[in-house]
Design a protein around this ligand. Structure first.
Ligand SMILES: Nc1ncnc2c1ncn2[C@@H]1O[C@H](COP(=O)(O)OP(=O)(O)OP(=O)(O)O)[C@@H](O)[C@H]1O
Ligand SMILES: [Mg+2]
Length: 344
């Protein structure tokens, strides 16, 4: 079954975004009154690889361009794997609500339009910026100004959007369940379909060492429980280099599809974990605490624990990163993560 037909089965009346069909997209955009009827599409390109969603950039005859993002009831790269289509609407709600804060707005694409029935967002095109995943290459380090900007964003989010002060709520239960499987379960199951030794010979033995560690598994279960609890603070939910892009107008933060009200420590822990995996200079890593403004109840221990589990899941789980690391380097990171997870 092709994807358009598959989509129609669950969404009989909603528009299916197909970059091969510019005329249909033009009709859709003008029917929605997102563009005027005289404007035509000159070209459409994929804005990124098809991973979670369908994301395209449309160029128009009036010289403008926009990003159109559709979330379908599956993972775009693996259409057999279901995923909550609502995630696009939730991402829209995040941009809408968090964008009311000037700091967050200055780091975000503007949300121009949304079609909740089709789970489509129309976003400001920030240009063809590169994301920050180049940091995983050994020679690259994060500029302190960039780190400061990313901490300004996170501080503004965590300080200004708490359950006590917000008149909206984002639970994102479906995406959280999906992410929880990836973070807390798949890295530690006997066979998750991924042969770790194909990635780095010897890695499967390391996984076995950790998955049979009872104390560690209890700690992982505790963190999974915490992650799935509703918490106090609005999180971006996926605060790692793939969600940051360099643009002509500075660094921007995109893709909040995993957002929810939870532990502030989770966002910061994920960020910290990625700087460690990207082997960033100590001064850069140490400067996190100079720039991030901790909420009053922030727990350094929970922060370390979330960072630890993020390292383990990225090295042992399915959502692998382009880490140019040898076995001994991965082992050192896993040991560090283990200590972060279990030391008091
Ligand atoms: N507003 C924007 N302006 C410019 N480029 C964008 C914008 N939004 C997304 N992109 C580009 O499209 C890519 C995919 O977008 P996004 O990360 O939102 O989609 P995704 O399907 O959720 O990706 P992933 O599965 O990696 O999380 C980004 O990496 C970026 O290159
Ligand atoms: Mg995404």
């Amino acid at each position: 079954m092709n994807l358009a037909t598959k989509f129609r089965n669950t969404h009989p009346h909603a528009f299916f975004l197909d970059p091969e069909k510019p005329n249909a997209l033009k009709d859709y955009l003008s029917y929605q009154e997102w563009i005027d009827s005289e404007t035509d599409i000159t070209s459409i390109e994929n804005a990124g690889e098809d991973t979670m969603n369908k994301v395209v950039r449309v160029h128009l005859t009036n010289g403008k361009s926009y990003i159109i993002k559709q979330s379908r009831p599956w993972v775009e790269k693996y259409p057999d794997i279901p995923a909550p289509a609502e995630r696009g609407n939730i991402e829209g709600a995040y941009f809408q609500e968090a964008g009311a804060n000037d700091t967050i707005a200055s780091f975000s694409p503007e949300l121009l339009n949304a079609d909740p029935d089709a789970h489509i967002l129309m976003l400001e095109d920030l240009g063809e910026g590169t994301d920050l995943t180049y940091l995983y290459k050994k020679e690259n380090s994060m500029d302190e100004n960039v780190l400061a900007a990313l901490m300004d964003y996170l501080s503004a989010l965590h300080q200004n959007f708490t359950q006590a002060t917000c008149d909206f709520y984002i639970e994102n239960r479906g995406m959280r369940k999906l992410n929880a499987e990836h973070i807390f379960r798949f890295p530690f199951v006997d066979d998750n379909g991924l042969n770790l030794d194909d990635i780095t010979p010897g890695l499967a033995d390391l996984r076995d060492k950790y998955r049979t560690d009872k104390e560690l598994m209890e700690q992982v279960a505790f963190l999974q429980y915490r992650y799935l609890q509703n918490g106090e603070t609005l999180l971006q939910g996926d605060y790692y280099p793939g969600s940051f892009i360099h643009t002509a107008d500075g660094i921007k933060v995109i893709d909040p599809e995993f957002c929810f009200f939870g532990d502030a420590e989770f966002d910061l822990g994920v960020f910290y974990a990625h700087l460690l995996m990207a082997q960033q200079p100590k001064e850069i890593i140490d400067s996190i605490s100079d720039h991030y403004k901790k909420p009053p109840t922030f727990s350094d221990m929970l922060y370390q624990q979330y960072a630890g589990i993020e390292i383990m899941r990225r090295i042992l789980g399915l959502a692998q990163l382009p880490l140019p690391l040898h076995l001994d380097e991965k082992e050192a990171l896993l040991e560090q993560a283990y200590a972060m997870l279990l030391e008091e």
